[in-house]
Write a protein that binds this ligand. Sequence first.
Ligand code: HEC
Ligand code: HEC
Length: 283
Amino acid sequence: MRYKTMTAVAALVLSAPAAFAGGADDDTLAIDGQEMVTKTTAPAHMEETGIDTIMSGWHFREDDTQSMQMDTFDNPGMIFVDQAMDAWNTVEGNAEKSCASCHEGPESMEGVRAVYPKWNEEAGEVRTLAMQINDCRETQMEAEPYKYDSAPMAAMEALISVQSRGMKVDVAIDGPAADTWEQGKDLYYTRTGQLELSCANCHEDNYGNYIRADHLSQGQINGFPTYRLKNARLNTAHGRFKGCVRDTRAETYAPGSPEFVALELYVASRGNGLSVEAPAVRN
Ligand code: HEC
Ligand code: HEC
């Protein structure tokens, strides 16, 4: 079993040139002049992982991709933020309300992205931002929920995330969220598919190395939803998880499933201390 796994990793992963050892470059990300924390000391719960510095995926991209994220006008993801701004002000559903009816401007969402996924006491569950948006649509607006990883959902998440840009990710993993966090952690280390690879095999053991032509990052989600040049749209964290699991040739959980919600909480917590960067630009 162990031998087989080693073979699968070896077949996929090409070592980085010596000059890139450790993987990340030393560039500084400033968005419209505001400096982001893209490298910082790993949170205490990661002590056992051997990772002492956590890094934004931005450091692992090519210069021209990086630069698109440094200016709001160059960031193609901002088009979708504008679309969500229209949706924010649009009355929908039987209660004849828009988001703005109760929340005023989207600036009221400052700080929200940084602490999600988050325990919701009344519902007795850990909620992702997407779940919370849909809860407002269904119970407050009496409108149809967005499909979990649809374009309008990704755009609304991006609009809300931009309000926290530059703030440090700070999701709670203790108290009532602890069980969900543990479940997410288990999933992170579970090997799946014909390749028998876990998230950790790629994003913990091999970040900085190349896999096919792709420079492996730590798989952080502080930049989500991200605009990808590959598909020219915003991509949700659950959409990314799905793609990564599929690459191990495994059946995957659905976006919005309890498993991916737990995984999101765990992955988010590995980024505690990095700046919220959404919408980040990726290849
Ligand atoms: C009828 C009023 C109403 C409408 C309309 C409404 N919401 Fe809410 N929303 C609430 C209430 C009440 C809360 C819970 C406040 C609290 O306890 O933090 C909330 C909470 C939230 C939160 C969580 C904030 C936090 O601090 O955790 C988000 C995100 C949110 N709403 C997004 C939206 C979006 C996006 C829309 C439009 C699609 C919307 N809401 C429409 C009433 C509304
Ligand atoms: C076979 C290796 C492999 C496995 C296993 C894998 N990934 Fe990935 N993942 C990649 C590659 C390659 C990319 C694109 C380059 C990068 O950002 O690392 C990527 C990208 C990501 C990103 C985007 C990071 C960013 O900054 O844009 C996230 C998040 C992510 N993976 C999470 C996961 C999670 C969670 C799991 C486990 C369910 C997982 N990955 C399993 C290879 C893998």
